[in-house]
Write a protein that binds this ligand. Structure first.
Ligand code: GLC
Length: 753
């Protein structure tokens, strides 16, 4: 715990938010709760200037590459400078480039009414110029430390390009794969989501938030966005508060607990209340219960969107509702600038409310060191030196390799020989433009490694490699299938790279059918008909519902969107230079119609157990089992689990028990295994999921080697959220597994007394 909360403060009734500020690690370095400099600024600022400190805008004038939001009419630099000089902007986002940033910062600190520095933000979701696997793919590594490392590398590049605040990590728990934004998070599981949320924040913010290469993190989108109905983006999330607290809030708490000082309110409403105007969410829960001490920024024009929601009557009403709810900064709409002064003068908003929001924003800028060093992360030398560093490129390849999940490998078809004659087929195999994947806001396309380039590099100058697109991502190609079939017939083996394009995944890309696009499925069917052995490499930003020749291929790899080093990582895995070690962070269903579909579901009163399907909780057409379950992943060796034991059959009081199992490598190659700890509360006052992940452990075993992997379980691990919002465990019987996936293994029983 950092900072000192004096008894006097408590007795004097210091507000909870003030106390949480003191206790927040990231604020520890910025002195007392009521900083004299900030208070002097607040006292001196006009209402117009306060509104400006609460308004952030997309930066059309500072781009190095295509503007992230081309829909915005590019304002002239003169306009932007005028707005800054008038104190009407607290910062800018999604523009990059140090020279222009320095010029805008100069205007702010030399001409601005109170010399308050700007903050420069950006959507750095999985890397900057060096792009890492999309966050969902990286989550498949089941390696939070890897995520910390890639976030750290992204922070170095982002801060070298003039960014001080990243609108990341996205920590929404996604329960419906039809939702396009599954790609941005850590998948369907809360516990795994907590590990990756904390790791990514630690990576972005580093050990010192004032350091030149640290950036402010912004875990988003608060909250419940991953529960949008039907997986349709921006839709209502109709979830009980127990579910909100049990499933969706913990990754935010994990992020705040390691010092994240900003969060972004989500577009969705929860049961009719848009997050941007939800006081219970943004103040009672976020600040009162979770002790969040940082600032809340709206999502893109989300305050204005409360009018479309039918929650605000007009712009002024939207400002009243957003600011009173606890939304400190308005993104892009300009509503706070337009209406806040008049609303305060008319008494519809209290000055205290505005001052609280301004204080939060100024304290965060202070925590970043911007008052003392407004040109931090605006360093021309760093911009020339710290981007596309060899270490970052090597890390991108390592992360990509560790993100690949081997779903199936019948007959040990993989790994292939680099001397084999290969037909490498698919719409993306030579397409640099699609390599970074969705939400790669500032990629360096030219340096991206395509599957073709990766395979050629691995196979060398004597490569016997035939390339064919076969079709486009969502449309046939004239003669494409015929050329692909000809290449396949001339080859020993087909490697088919198919799935979603970067444009089919991400924001506003909800899909009703999470299948392989029809033209690509047709290509797969034609290639399978040649009878040549076929390896399928899936590219995707969500779980997919596989069918036909794709589903029946002897070898299938889930490769997500792997980023800059896609081609090298694919080749490393396909030719065995590296063995696959990824595990699924999302369940692959039998069919799209099963969504929302996730492993930690409740049993219902009629679980589909055994063969008899009659009168059970299931669909007519498919079984309830996942095609490939959460936590699943094969390697080029084989693991056997045995001898699961517990150190004691009863978990008493505040004690702990150890759960362990023997893991053996029964294969012929080195094994990297991810053992998983699951629990199930067999009887409780609220029905509990059939399994819940509570731990993971990585182990490397040589052929024939075995090792005992052990986990510690405590009462806290067995707790769940009750209707009164309290989290505690109920005595009773639990099943516990140490297993290679969410459906494997034989449980042992324990009793919580
Ligand atoms: C987008 C996204 C959000 C992003 C913001 C700024 O609409 O919802 O995640 O950070 O706008 O680009």
């Amino acid at each position: 715990m950092t900072g000192h909360v004096s008894r006097r403060m408590l007795l004097k009734g210091a507000s909870l938010s003030a106390i949480s500020i003191m206790l927040s690690p990231a604020f520890a370095r910025v002195g007392p709760v009521r900083d004299a400099r900030i208070e002097r600024l607040i006292a001196a600022m006009t209402l117009e200037e306060k509104a400006g400190q609460l308004s952030i805008f997309s930066d059309p004038s500072r781009v190095d590459g295509p503007p992230v939001n081309p829909g915005l009419v590019a304002q002239s630099m003169a306009t932007v400078q005028r707005e800054i000089a008038a104190g009407r902007m607290t910062g800018l986002y999604n523009g990059i480039g140090v020279a222009a940033g320095r010029e805008l910062q100069r205007v702010a600190v030399e001409q601005g009414p109170h010399r308050i520095p700007l903050i420069f933000a950006g959507d750095v979701i999985h890397g900057m110029k060096t792009t890492f696997p999309v966050p969902l793919g990286e989550a498949a590594s089941f390696d939070p430390e890897l995520a910390r490392r890639t976030a750290r590398a992204a922070a170095v590049e982002a801060s070298a390009k003039g960014i001080q605040w990243v609108f990341a990590p996205m920590v929404d728990v996604a329960r419906d794969q039809r939702w396009g934004r599954v790609v941005e998070g850590a998948g369907e599981d809360t516990w795994l989501g907590c590990q990756f949320a904390a790791a990514r924040v630690r990576g972005f913010q580093g050990d010192d938030l004032t350091a030149e290469d640290s950036v402010l993190a912004c875990p988003k989108h608060f909250a419940g966005y991953g529960a949008v109905m039907g997986g349709m983006d921006y839709n209502t999330a109709d979830i009980p508060e127990t579910t909100l607290r049990e499933t969706h809030l913990p990754p935010f708490k994990a992020a705040f607990d390691v010092g994240a000082l900003s969060t972004m309110a989500s577009f969705n409403d929860i049961a009719g209340v848009p997050s941007t105007g939800n006081h219970h969410l943004l103040t009672d829960i976020l600040r009162g219960e979770m002790g969040f001490a940082g600032l809340v920024v709206s999502d893109y024009t989300a305050d204005a969107e409360m009018i479309a929601h039918g929650f605000a009557a007009d712009g002024p009403d939207a400002v009243v509702k957003a600011l009173n709810a606890g939304c400190d900064i308005s993104m892009q709409s300009g509503l706070y600038n337009a209406h806040l002064p008049a609303l305060v003068r008319s008494g519809r908003i209290a000055m205290k409310t505005v001052d609280t929001a301004v204080r939060r924003v100024l304290r965060v800028k202070q925590a970043l060191g911007l008052f003392d060093n407004p040109y931090r992360s605006l360093d021309l030398a760093r911009e020339a030196r710290d981007v596309r560093l060899p270490a970052a490129i090597a890390l991108a390849r390592e992360a990509a390799v560790k993100s690949v999940v081997l779903l199936k490998n019948d007959g040990d078809l993989l790994p292939l020989s680099t001397t084999a004659k290969i037909a490498l087929i698919g719409p993306c195999v030579s397409d640099k433009g699609d390599m970074p994947g969705p939400w790669a806001s500032f990629p360096d396309f030219a340096s991206c490694v395509t599957p073709e380039a990766g395979f050629r590099a691995a196979m060398g100058p004597t490569a016997r490699l035939e390339i064919a697109r076969g079709c486009d991502y969502e449309a046939p190609l004239a003669g494409g299938i015929a050329r692909a079939v000809a290449a396949a017939k001339a080859a020993d083996v087909i490697v088919l790279v198919i799935g979603e394009s970067a444009r089919m995944s991400g924001e506003a890309q909800a899909r009703v059918e999470i299948t392989i696009p029809a033209p690509q499925q047709a290509l797969a069917e034609a290639l399978a008909a040649t009878g040549r052995p076929m390896v399928v490499l899936l590219r995707h930003g969500r779980a997919l519902a596989l069918s036909g020749a794709v589903r029946n291929a002897p070898a299938i790899l889930a490769t997500w969107f792997l980023g800059s080093e896609t081609g090298h990582a694919m080749a490393d895995i396909v030719f065995g230079a590296a063995a696959p070690q990824g595990r699924l962070p999302v369940s692959f269903p039998q069919a799209s119609g099963q969504e929302p579909f996730f492993y930690d579901h409740r049993t219902t009163g009629r679980p589909q157990l055994g063969a008899d399907p009659a009168w059970k909780a299931r669909y007519r057409e498919v079984t309830t089992e996942a095609l490939y379950p959460f936590g699943h992943g094969l390697s080029y060796a084989t693991a056997r689990y045995s001898g699961t034991t517990v150190s004691a059959p009863i978990l008493a009081g505040d004690g702990a028990i150890t759960v362990s199992a023997l893991v053996s490598n029964t294969g012929k190659r080195r094994l990297h295994e991810v053992a998983q700890l699951y629990v199930h509360d067999k009887v409780a006052s609220l029905t509990q999921p059939v399994r819940v992940l509570k731990g993971i452990s990585h182990l490397d075993l040589d052929p024939g080697q075995r090792a005992r992997v052990a986990f510690t379980l405590t009462r806290a691990d067995l707790a769940f959220v009750h209707p009164d919002a309290r989290r505690f465990a109920e005595p009773g019987a639990f099943d516990v597994w140490v297993a290679p996936s969410s459906v494997a293994g034989i449980p042992v029983s324990i009793v919580l007394d």
